[in-house]
Design a protein around this ligand. Structure first.
Ligand code: DGL
Length: 271
């Protein structure tokens, strides 16, 4: 199937999912839109995020002919996954369910935590997904959630370590530390870029789970079931688009993702 896989995020965070997809499915063509002109999503009303997500989803289908969409953003998943699935005529893979599943499976004690944006945490998407997964697996878990406003802004500035990040992390992670979680899900696709600091603050005994890898596995399994995977060549092409400053996106994106930023262009295409 020679159409690309489409992905979007509010900015650079979805590059963690792109990294995992590129590594797992190197032959696939990818189109990634970073909505950096309108980021952050996490502090905006969910209705506003929903309208952005639908616009991006329709553009990926109509302007780029994608065969599937990976919503590489927890906040957009929380705000719009049902609407995306009902409006778009292609499979839509989300980050919340795969992340929740990995979180529940990884825990030994059942004391688990999730961190995300204000929008994601207030939506209740994770408690709902974790309850479903725990019921399917027949296990008891206790979930502690914490919103981490400010983390995304550090990543978008390219500041992923340092005292300021550590001070903020110590404050924001206090509830999940106090709950004694043994496993913590990074429920925002920007957060893996802060994993070193988050890991240092949580301590070595806490397992960090990233939704990026789990989502890539979910995409491979869904596309495989539908006969939509390609593996007929070593490497596909990757296109990156940004609704913000394209040069900044290319520069910071290459630093965060690596050399795969083959081309970066302006989105929407017509402006
Ligand atoms: N990366 C997005 C997520 O996974 C949100 C970032 C933002 O606040 O814009 O939730």
């Amino acid at each position: 199937m020679d159409r690309p896989i489409g992905m979007f995020d509010s900015g650079f965070g979805g590059l963690t999912v792109a990294r995992a997809l590129i590594d797992l499915l190197p032959a696939e063509d990818l189109v990634y839109i970073g909505d950096t002109g309108r980021y952050p999503y996490g502090s905006k009303p969910l209705a506003e995020v929903r309208s952005y997500a639908l616009e991006l989803g329709h553009s990926l289908v109509d302007d780029f002919g994608v065969k599937a969409i990976v919503v590489a953003c927890n906040t957009a998943t929380a705000a719009a996954i049902d609407d995306l699935r009902s409006e778009l005529a292609v499979p839509v893979i989300d980050v919340v369910r795969p992340g929740a599943s990995a979180l529940v499976r990884a825990s030994r004690s059942g004391q688990i935590g999730v961190i995300g944006t204000v929008g994601t945490i207030s939506s209740g998407a994770y408690p709902a997904a974790v309850t479903d997964v725990a019921a399917v697996l027949g296990v008891d878990v206790e979930l502690t959630s914490a919103a981490c406003p400010g983390f995304v802004e550090f990543v978008e500035r390219g500041q992923t370590t340092g005292d300021e990040v550590t001070v903020l992390a110590e404050r924001l992670l206090a509830p999940v530390r106090a709950a004694g979680v043994d496993t913590l899900l990074l429920g925002c696709t920007h957060y893996p870029f802060l994993a070193r600091t988050i890991g240092d603050v949580m301590g070595p005994e806490v397992v960090l789970v990233s939704s990026a890898d789990e989502t890539a596995f979910a995409a491979r399994s869904r596309l495989g079931d539908l006969g939509l995977l390609r593996d007929d060549r070593p490497r596909g092409t990757r296109r990156f688009l940004s609704s913000g400053d394209v040069d900044t996106f290319r520069e910071l994106g290459s630093m965060l993702l690596g050399p795969e930023l083959d081309s970066t262009a302006r989105w929407p295409l017509s402006t």
